[in-house]
Design a binder for this molecule. Structure first.
Ligand code: NAD
Length: 419
């Protein structure tokens, strides 16, 4: 029992102990690898538009500082708690190490539903959150980025709040900012592009032609919408189903993803779109398709859903969409090729790293250069994971975790107890 105990942290811990057993990490080394270096909890008082003062809870968890600063997204979601934040920070650590980025993992956020805030209230929450975090972050200790419920504008407010305090512009304090403020070309699309790129690699591995494949994408925010659009436009995949937290659509003849994206851009949600047949959201994931991409929240694929999946490739755009019990079912089935989250959605943090490097150097790259470097890094990482999975006869998830955990462990062994 710890302050982190809860369903999402327990999932990260279960995964960690499974891999620690497999690669023989002694018991007395495990707590140091698993538990975050620090967790910060803050209160965020905000004057609401109706005159009330409301106080929101904010968190930032920094998992380890062994390999460089920590790096991780900022989530605005009503259900956020410190355990979920810690789990996401831990996954970021394995993800950064897997891609060989010089970072530890972090994650943060505010327990608030951004959908019910006015723009002024959202700005007030964002600025006060960063204000409270100033003592604990810097471009060389912890670099924030967007995650669910936050976007380029929120990153611009973070960067401005930090810069006002510093007395000069500190563009490199956050990534995922607008290009006009030192953001990088290609960051907004990076996660979804990476998901689609790795789906193509998985298709090659299985001998499938993407233009003959069908896909279902859960979640239609930054990651889901770009994944669906890239799969369709770049690789010719037919998208049969999409959903968000307000609606789910499924058409075996294929959906018009561009029109759905235009609707989402205008209304912020999918509900209200009338040009495609609706489906019960619970049924969407288990429809027949070649590629299933959960790009929304954690733990949507439990053992019951896993038993009913009808896809060939499970591309985890979201963090933690598949529970350990579901993993066991998938391992037993053996007919679903899983691109695990710490590999599948790594495009986001990879291009965030490119943004940080460009900001520190004050030297900016073209979008083509960013995408080319992204694809090469993803290809190398995918090859390492598939080779490890084949060599040690383990699942893609365990192979990815093994590589990430081993690299963090090696850094800790070289440095000692401090970081
Ligand atoms: P977002 O806020 O832009 O979009 C989230 C989407 O999920 C929205 O369309 C929302 O309606 C939908 N959603 C929420 N609950 C749902 C539910 N129960 N069923 C169906 N849809 C639901 O967030 P995002 O940035 O696209 O992040 C999505 C996932 O990808 C998260 O797990 C996040 O941690 C992960 N991720 C994001 C990035 C990034 O660069 N943004 C990078 C790596 C991983």
């Amino acid at each position: 029992m710890s302050i982190y105990t809860g369903p999402v942290f327990d999932m990260a811990a279960t995964q960690f102990h499974a891999i620690a057993d497999l690669i023989d990490i002694p018991r007395d080394e495990r707590a140091r690898l698993l538990y975050p270096k620090r967790a910060i909890a803050v209160s965020i008082p905000v004057h609401m538009d109706d005159g009330r003062t409301e106080v929101f809870q904010g968190y930032r968890v920094q998992h380890h500082l062994t390999l460089g600063p920590t790096k991780g997204g900022t989530r605005f979601a009503a259900s956020l708690d410190v355990g979920e934040t810690a789990a996401l920070a831990i996954w970021m650590s394995w993800k950064c190490a897997l891609a060989n980025l010089p970072y530890g993992g972090a994650k943060g956020g505010v327990a608030v539903d951004p959908g019910v805030l006015s723009l002024r209230e959202l700005e007030a929450v964002s600025r006060r959150y960063m204000q409270e975090m100033i003592p604990f972050v810097s471009p060389h200790t912890d670099v924030m980025a967007p995650d669910m419920g936050t976007n380029e504008q929120v990153m611009a407010w973070f960067m401005d709040t930090y810069s006002v305090h510093a007395g000069h512009s500190v563009n490199e304090i956050v990534t995922g900012k607008p290009v006009a403020l030192g953001g990088t070309e290609g960051r907004r699309e990076a996660t979804g592009r990476g998901v689609a790129h790795l789906v193509r690699r998985a298709c090659e591995t299985l001998g499938l032609r993407p233009q003959n494949c069908t896909a279902i994408v859960q979640g239609f925010g930054n990651v889901g919408s770009v994944t669906a659009l890239t799969l369709e436009r770049k690789f010719g995949v037919k998208v049969l189903g999409v959903s968000d937290h307000t609606a789910a659509f499924y058409d075996p003849a294929g959906l018009d993803v561009a029109r759905i994206a235009a609707h989402a851009a205008q209304h912020r949600v999918l509900s209200g779109y009338t040009e495609a047949p609706r489906i019960d959201p619970a049924e969407l994931l288990v429809q027949k398709c070649d590629i299933l991409a959960p790009c929304a929240v954690e733990r949507v694929i439990d053992s019951a859903v896993a038993a009913k999946l009808q896809c060939r490739i499970l591309a985890e755009g979201a963090n933690g969409p598949t529970t350990p019990a579901a993993d066991e079912v998938l391992s037993r089935r053996g007919d679903v090729f899983v691109i695990p989250d710490i590999l599948c959605n790594a495009g986001g943090v990879i291009v965030s790293y490119f943004e940080w490097v460009q900001d520190l150097q004050r030297l900016f790259w073209s979008e083509a250069e960013v995408n080319d470097k992204l694809e090469r890094l993803l290809d190398g990482t995918f090859a390492q994971v598939t080779a490890r999975a084949a060599r040690d006869r383990m699942s893609m998830r365990l192979a990815a975790l093994a590589i990430g955990v081993e690299r963090v462990r090696a850094g800790k062994q070289l440095r000692g107890l401090f970081p």
